[in-house]
Design a protein around this ligand. Structure first.
Ligand code: GAL
Length: 656
């Protein structure tokens, strides 16, 4: 467990560097990420490299005893490069090229961009690959940030055609898969196929779905090129990328497969303001963030990282980019840091060392104010560093792997599919996955977030948010695991090509749940359909209804019904299917029952308290406004905090 920081020596007079490095070290920071936006200073003109300043900056950090996370600078191609190769910029769905003057203005499919990237990455990796201070690498910065995965350029279309050829082999196979006989959309050759944009009304959803898959694969291909270069020049140093919370336009699992460390950028207050949360929740958690938002992402990235995941950028104070940007309550920067460690992080790195007085992010806090005084976040980071030392001294196996019997499946393609084919305007996949996750956390469970391809062995409970395309072997893997499995609505509702399965949904899940979803309906946001479970619980279904025909299958039990008699929840043995999105309370109650049957022990925590376990330590996080006294644990040794956890406080204890 260690702390890091993001630092931009090129933003500051060189006379500050040594003092910065000394103060970082004194604060307890061990690693410093640099250079991800420094291309215009590394290569001020085509082929003219200026390494001297960067050599000195790295030496200053290294001499202070800090490890450097060296970045490839490809998130910000300089002006001269764009002018030399105008085809580098991505093209929007409106056919317009995007402009220079911010960042990420590049097209993953542009051959000149690929070459320019290869050249700069090779130059940086060759220069610093064996530098003793360089301990880690980061590729690029936040793939997908600012909506930059999908481009509609001629280069992208050309590569899309190749991608389609590889996938379908023949044009007839493609026409069948997409159902192109509908509206006379049939093609005679792959070369006739364009990007699915500019059509009079919606383009064929299968065409759109494949375009999204293609665009995602382009990100993985590009990242792999960078990783290969780094590995060739810097053997033995772990390679990371910093994913961004819910920038889900590409498959993070596929990119992470080529990395050693999956890291992510955690901005809990910015996320609360930007994401789907209802206004009451935005008000309630205004200065703390939603108690499950950072955790959800920690568990997502833990699930794809070969080495312990990191938070590469941790919000240190107000950000600049949400619609409204409140300040975290005192204590939250410390709480967020410990929450990351409790979920398995190896490093928490703050963004950024000092607030910049200029340009786009001048309103974004750092650990230090622009006049170089330690800000609130800086003081809290200092405290975290002290506590890390205390935890290390206590020798409690604190950096062990997180172990749990509860898993939640997360799937990037599901998000794109529901976006392309929502049928109900607010059918937003990340929200529904998050709400299931949140219910599990409110019941006190640690949760592994896993891809649909992962092994299910060892889990007692697997929760599957709406999963339209279910791999053929999934049902068999579920059955073999012996776990209780809960499926959200619309699971198994589409084939790989985005068609309705021949025997109707739940398609390949029929071996687990021999039933037929014969009709579906979507519900406006203000509609809540009453659901009756039994004498003790009832609630509402929202957003969606699967109308299920259970036929005469004797093993299929209807466990809850809508007011009009249609099944709302059916089960067969340890397989459970929800025909709607239940309200939070009902979801939690049903998960609690199913978990208990699966041999687990749910505990109700409400929404202000969260508990996590790692190694021998149990962590308690107080998101609420009142002191929480930990009870039910008699013999506990506290290594952080005490039995009384103050608002925004953290406690960690080992039971004797
Ligand atoms: C991140 C990005 C950083 C910085 C930060 C501000 O998404 O990687 O470069 O812009 O946001 O919060």
């Amino acid at each position: 467990m260690r702390l890091g920081v993001c630092y931009y020596p090129e933003h500051w007079p060189e006379s500050l560097w040594e003092d910065d490095a000394r103060r970082m070290k004194a604060l307890g920071i061990e690693q410093v990420r640099i250079a991800e936006f420094a291309w215009s200073r590394i290569e001020p003109a085509p082929g003219e490299y200026d390494w001297a300043w960067l050599d000195r900056a790295i030496d200053v950090l290294g001499n202070a005893g800090l490890k450097v996370v060296m970045c490839t600078p490809t998130a910000t191609p300089p002006k001269w490069l764009i002018d030399l190769h105008p085809d580098i910029v991505p093209v929007g769905a409106d056919g317009k090229p995007r402009g220079f003057g911010s960042r990420r203005h590049y097209d993953f499919s542009s051959p000149s961009w690929f070459e320019a990237s290869r050249t700069i990455c090779t130059a940086v990796a060759a220069r610093y690959g064996n530098h003793p201070a360089v301990a880690f690498w980061q590729t690029d910065n936040e793939y997908g940030c600012h909506n930059t995965v999908v481009s509609y350029s001629p280069a992208a279309v050309a590569r899309f055609r190749e991608w389609l050829k590889a996938r379908y082999q023949t044009i007839d196979a493609l026409n069948r898969a997409w159902g192109n006989v509908f509206w006379s959309m049939e093609y005679r050759s792959f070369d006739e196929i364009d990007a699915p944009t500019g059509t009079v009304t919606e383009a064929n959803p299968s065409h759109r779905f494949d375009y999204r898959r293609f665009a995602s694969d382009e990100v993985a291909r590009y990242n792999r090129m960078q990783v290969d270069i780094i590995r060739a020049h810097s053997p033995g140093r772990p390679v990371a990328h910093n994913f961004m919370q819910l920038f889900n336009e590409f498959d993070h699992y596929k990119v992470a497969a080529d990395l050693d460390v999956a890291t992510w950028d955690s901005y809990p207050l910015g996320a609360l303001d930007q994401q789907w949360f209802e206004p009451e929740l935005k008000a309630k958690f205004l200065r703390t963030g939603h108690p499950d938002f950072a955790s959800f992402n920690h568990d997502v990235y833990r699930g794809m990282s070969k080495l312990p995941f990191w938070v590469m950028e941790q919000q240190p104070g107000p950000v600049n980019w949400a619609q409204w940007n409140p300040a975290p309550l005192p204590g939250m920067v410390r709480l967020w840091s410990w929450e990351a460690f409790a979920h398995g992080a190896g490093c928490v790195s703050y963004f950024r060392w000092r607030q910049a007085p200029f340009a786009q992010e001048q309103m974004h806090a750092g650990l230090n104010t622009p006049d170089n005084r330690l800000d609130v976040g800086g003081h809290e980071a200092t405290r975290v560093a002290e506590e890390i030392r205390a935890v290390a001294a206590a020798n409690v196996d604190a950096d062990a792997a997180v172990r749990t019997k509860v898993a939640l499946v997360y799937d990037y393609e599901a998000k794109w599919l529901f976006e392309i084919h929502p049928q109900g305007a607010d059918f937003y996949y990340p929200r529904f996955a998050f709400e299931y996750y949140s219910a599990l956390r409110a019941l006190g469970f640690d949760v592994d977030v896993i891809p649909v391809t992962a092994s299910l062995d060892g889990y007692a409970l697997v929760v599957v948010p709406p999963l339209p395309v279910v791999p053929d072997d999934f049902a068999a893997r579920v059955a073999a695991s012996g776990a209780h499995v809960v499926f959200g609505p619309r699971s198994g509702s589409k084939t790989l090509d985005l068609q309705i399965p021949a025997q109707l949904p739940p398609g390949p899940l029929a071996s687990l749940l021999p039933m037929r979803v014969w009709r579906v309906e979507s519900l406006r946001p203000n509609i809540a359909e009453p659901v009756h479970v039994d004498a003790t619980i009832e609630g509402h279904g929202r957003h969606w209804r699967d109308l299920i025909d259970v036929g005469s299958e004797p093993t299929l039990a209807v466990r809850a019904r809508f007011a009009d008699g249609h099944p709302a929840y059916v089960r067969r043995g340890s397989a459970h299917y929800f025909a709607t999105l239940f309200d939070d309370r009902l979801t939690e109650q049903l998960f609690a029952r199913i978990a208990a049957e699966a041999g687990l022990t749910p505990r109700v925590h409400g929404d202000s308290l969260r508990v996590s376990r790692r190694g021998a330590l149990t962590y308690v996080f107080n998101y609420g406004q009142r002191v929480h006294t930990i009870d039910g644990v008699d013999a506990a040794d506290f290594v952080i905090g005490s039995r009384d956890v103050e608002p925004q406080g953290v406690a960690a204890y080992r039971t004797r």
